[in-house]
Design a protein around this ligand. Structure first.
Ligand SMILES: [Zn+2]
Ligand SMILES: [Zn+2]
Length: 767
């Protein structure tokens, strides 16, 4: 054998925070085992570490190249087509390629998996669709005597457990376990005593453990759905990259269109990915596909166990799945014949990962489709401004589905002008609960219907508002709301650093009624309790939902109508179907309308539309009441009229005027440190260097704008002081190059400073 065949060269990425790739040699028997997409164990700075094989490369004039130690996997974890995608992600989001791949692969892989490990292939099938569950039932004819409760030496919770059994008669073992840590023991004990009975039944599951009806036979498409499906088929047959925006209102039948698209792709021998914004939503989507495609469906999201994820991953890599359904991480499904990607609810902010590798999964999906010559469908009832603009200028194909399938009425939306109200009455609680909202809740309670009250807060309420005309003070440069800082008693722009003392009088109406504004869900719940002492009220927000599974318990109680009023933040807005909810109240639209964020209008419109969609899902028509000091703001009036295009035309004009995305690209450079002065100093130093860098490259001068450094709206978070620099650029290439320069010159400035720098490209988190 000639020497060249006894030795090959490979390019690898290592799972370390290093942006470079490395070359190793492979000799002897390992040559046959090496393949792109497998992991190898390599020597690296005196250690043995995991490396991902990116390419087999031709030998060059290389010296001192080390041999790999071994090949870890028996089969590739990703197809060669994905290497270019990983490289793009690493380049665009400035994140080390080895860590991009590590994050993409199922967790737990970095320990060495023994060769020939085979996970049982059944487990995941049971996670959706039909599922056998154990129920504990009160035996017929037996009563549990309350005197049992009084006996001594009962294990803790035993009386509560028995009370629950008496009240509910039948409870799933899973529910018992979720309530009592010793649930299995308690159930067994009382089964042995002959009071309770254990049964096993097949049920369909969804996140709330409610039975889910799954029609296995697809319903016939209506003419609009057919037309849309046909336009998608056309592009699928072309075998080239194409992006569609599917703008379809809630209940317009998007899911059936998705199903037909996936089926059409399958008939062409192509595989599909469906992404949904939340793990909880994968279950209902997967149930539908599972019922129709049987075991050709795979599921990928971070709530699967390590074994399950690994198993799913290998099935996908082997080509055993026609469609992969999942949250953000489904983007990385190792499909070798990818022909279609569907991003459902494309406007949803959860597509942006906000830690470590800060990618935007929808945007990245478009790039993956491009690199795979695939068709991508972005679906939404309230499309992002960016996507709709791309459709408007012809970059994307626009598909619209403007009508509800079941011809259910859209909810009636009433807007309450809180400023007007204040003039009439001075009652304190009325600024939280206006008389019309109060009356509507009262009536709903009498009718035995349920109410959702929504308060958008996100732990941030430093808003300075004129109670008379509803104006907030905005930055003259950036058009975003200024944030009130109690500490220094000033109003600050978190984009450019503009700062003023709070004026005594409102600049637009001259009223003196200008003051900080804000309250939380707790306050709302208190007001409810005093107004409706008999109503069953529950709160759902980050403060009350610390424990795992707590949110689902609250939603479940609400679903079963054990609660009359649910007060909550964003958590209550998504995906759930509550047929008894006929009233939704938005306590204050102003809180999101005045985020220090250029997307404040967009976020408000999407949130309000989404919240409004929570009502009237049963047979009764729904009603929505929005309380605001800004009743004439276009985001509010467009929501009231269910008019997306009206909202869009106003919003896009504003973005163009102030040069925000989609008319520019932005990035944040953030600084986090334990010491306030040190963090400020480093941020100022790097800010100055960024400006100098731009000055030196005359071509860039007009294309890039640097704002800051300035204190972040949440100036201190988790013990770290935060500073930020905002960079706006006309082109993505300039921005990327500049950020690479920033990264390289900052290494030295940051070293042993105790300050960490984070680069966030296309940021969504402005706080
Ligand atoms: Zn005013
Ligand atoms: Zn500003």
């Amino acid at each position: 054998m000639p020497e060249s065949l006894q030795k090959i060269y490979i390019q690898v990425a290592v799972a370390l925070p290093i942006s470079d790739t490395f070359t190793y040699t492979v000799t002897g028997e390992l040559i046959e085992e090496v393949a792109v997409g497998k992991r190898a164990l390599v020597p690296f700075s005196g250690r043995k570490i995991t490396a991902y094989i990116l390419r087999i490369i031709p030998p060059g004039k290389r010296k001192g190249i080390k041999d790999i130690i071994t090949v870890i996997d028996t089969r590739p974890l990703f197809p060669p087509q994905m290497v270019e995608f990983f490289e793009w992600l690493s380049h665009y989001y400035l994140y080390p390629i080895g860590l991009v791949i590590k994050g993409a692969l199922p967790a737990g892989l970095n320990v060495r998996i023994p060769d020939r490990t085979r996970m049982p292939s059944r487990g995941w099938l049971d996670r959706v669709g039909l599922l056998k569950m154990v129920f504990i039932t009160l035996k017929k004819g037996t009563t549990i005597d309350r005197s049992l409760f009084d006996r001594k030496r009962l294990p803790r919770n035993e009386d509560e457990f028995l009370e629950m059994m008496i009240k509910k008669k039948e409870v799933s073992l899973r529910e018992i376990n979720s309530v009592f840590s010793n649930g299995a023991y308690l159930a067994d004990k009382w089964v042995r005593k002959g009071f309770l009975k254990k049964t096993r039944r097949t049920v369909a599951r969804d996140i709330l453990d409610e039975t889910l009806f799954i029609p296995t036979k697809p319903p016939p498409l209506n003419s609009k759905q057919k037309e849309v499906a046909e336009r998608i088929n056309e592009k699928l047959r072309d075998n080239t990259f194409f992006t569609y925006l599917l703008y379809g209102i809630t209940d317009s039948g998007k899911t059936e269109v998705y199903y037909h698209a996936v089926r059409a792709a399958k008939e062409l021998g192509k595989q599909s990915i469906i992404m949904v914004p939340e793990i909880a939503l994968t279950v209902s989507m997967a149930s539908l596909f599972k019922a129709r495609f049987k075991d050709r469906v795979a599921i990928l999201h971070s709530a699967l166990s390590t074994g399950e994820r690994y198993d799913q991953w290998i099935r996908i890599a082997k080509g055993d799945a026609d469609v992969v359904i999942g949250a953000r991480s489904a983007l990385f499904a190792p499909l070798p014949r990818l022909g279609l990607i569907i991003v459902d609810e494309e406007h949803d902010l959860s597509y942006k990962q906000e830690e470590k590798f800060r990618y935007q999964a929808r945007d990245a999906a478009i790039m993956r489709a491009k690199l795979s010559d695939a068709v991508i469908i972005l679906g939404s009832g309230t499309p992002s401004v960016q996507s709709y603009q791309n459709a408007a200028i012809g970059k994307y194909g626009l598909l619209t589905m403007p009508k509800r399938i079941l011809k259910r009425e859209l909810p009636e939306i009433q807007v309450i002008d809180m400023a007007k109200l204040k003039r009439g009455s001075a009652a304190q609680d009325e600024s939280i609960m206006s008389p019309p909202l109060k009356e509507a809740i009262e009536e709903n309670l009498t009718q035995k219907k349920q109410t959702i009250l929504f308060l958008n807060r996100r732990g941030f309420s430093s808003l300075y508002l004129c109670r008379f005309c509803g104006e907030t003070i905005r930055c003259p440069n950036c058009e975003v709301s200024l944030t009130y800082h109690k500490y220094g008693n000033n109003l600050l722009c978190h984009y450019c650093g503009f700062s003023i003392k709070p004026p005594k009088r409102c600049p637009s109406c001259n009223s003196e009624d200008l003051k900080p504004y804000g309250f939380g869900t707790q306050r709302v719940a208190q007001v409810l309790e005093s107004l409706f002492p008999k109503a069953r009220v529950e709160r759902m927000d980050r403060d009350t939902m610390r424990r795992k599974g707590e949110a689902q318990q609250v939603l479940k109680r609400f679903m079963q109508h054990e609660t009359d009023i649910l007060v909550g933040t964003q958590m209550v807005t998504k995906g759930h179907d509550f047929p008894d909810v006929t009233l939704v109240g938005v306590i204050s639209a102003d809180l999101s309308l005045n985020y220090p964020d250029f997307r404040a209008g967009e976020i408000t419109f999407q949130l309000l539309s989404q919240v409004a969609g929570r009502t009237g899902r049963g047979n009764m028509p729904g009603k929505v009441i929005i309380q605001t000091f800004n009743p004439s703001h276009y985001a509010i009036t467009a929501t009231k009229d269910h008019d997306y295009t009206k909202f869009f035309s106003r919003e896009i004009a504003l973005r163009r005027q102030v040069n925000y995305p989609p008319f520019s690209l932005i990035a944040y450079v953030r600084f986090l440190g334990n010491s306030k002065t040190k963090t400020e100093k480093i941020a100022a130093h790097i800010g100055m260097k960024i400006r100098n860098t731009i000055k030196q490259q005359s071509k860039r001068k007009n294309a890039v704008e640097v704002l800051g450094p300035v204190e972040a709206p949440m100036a201190k978070l988790k013990g770290k002081y935060r500073q930020q620099i905002l960079i706006k650029s006309r082109t993505s290439r300039y921005l990327n190059q500049l950020l690479k320069d920033v990264e390289s010159f900052s290494t030295q400035i940051l070293s042993s400073s105790g300050v960490r720098m984070i680069i966030d490209v296309d940021p969504y988190q402005m706080m």
